[in-house]
Design a protein around this ligand. Sequence first.
Ligand code: PAF
Length: 283
Amino acid sequence: MKVVHTVNDLREQVAKWHRDGLTVGFVPTMGNLHDGHLALIDEARKYADRVLASIFVNPMQFGKGEDYANYPRTLERDRQLLETHHASLLFAPGVEEMYPLPLSEQTRVEVPGLSDILCGASRPGHFAGVATIVCKLFNMAQPDVALFGEKDYQQLLVIRQMVRDLAMPVEIISYPTVRESDGLAMSSRNAYLSEDQRRVAPKLHAMLEETQTALMQGNSDFEGLEARAVDVLAVAGFEVDYFSIRDAGTLSIPLAGSDELVILAAARLGSTRLIDNLAVTPG
Ligand code: PAF
């Protein structure tokens, strides 16, 4: 697997593949790869002739006081994992390559509405940071398809809307959340959890499952279910940011009778913020 660090080298390789009639599947990441990322790499190989991964810890999507400085950077280990999973090319740019100007002078991509609720309400500017970097990466790499995990469900919808609104010629494929055997969604941030917190962490998924079951059995008291989940999680030791039943397509508050729902949750254990979600089709 080749590793490139500059936009010129990336473009040269992808242009060559395209000239040769080969399609390119892209998996953007911030590194510290786990089985969830590697499942995306494996899946990308089903959609495209060549698989490109990127590793870039994007400062624009971290707020003040968040973990940008401490975010795990494990490039050599990640490179080996990508090689084992037969990725064709790794793009690992430095910050100056992606943002030659100070961030305050950088053009931003804003996806209105979706970016301001749920995680966007607690992390102002986060989704503009995600949309901007993904837009830049798409422009640099010109992939035919790009793959994103469903764990970051709101991020997935933000990216789909950006691609639709800006008529970007890339197909977005989503892939189900990969979980530990006890249900905890895989995330690079799980490494921050202490042993005690790690024992408690799967309760977030368990609560999503309990709520999913209630909805599927016809309980439509959304507010009651949300309030109960917040209480149970608080007793277990979580500081709940939100636990919310939403329309799966728009993330708006569902109308009575909505049948494509998603339950989304974000909660802290100590300073570690965990997110997760489950889809549900009531009835
Ligand atoms: O999901 C992530 O790891 C990041 O938000 C992404 C999509 C790579 C953009 O930095």
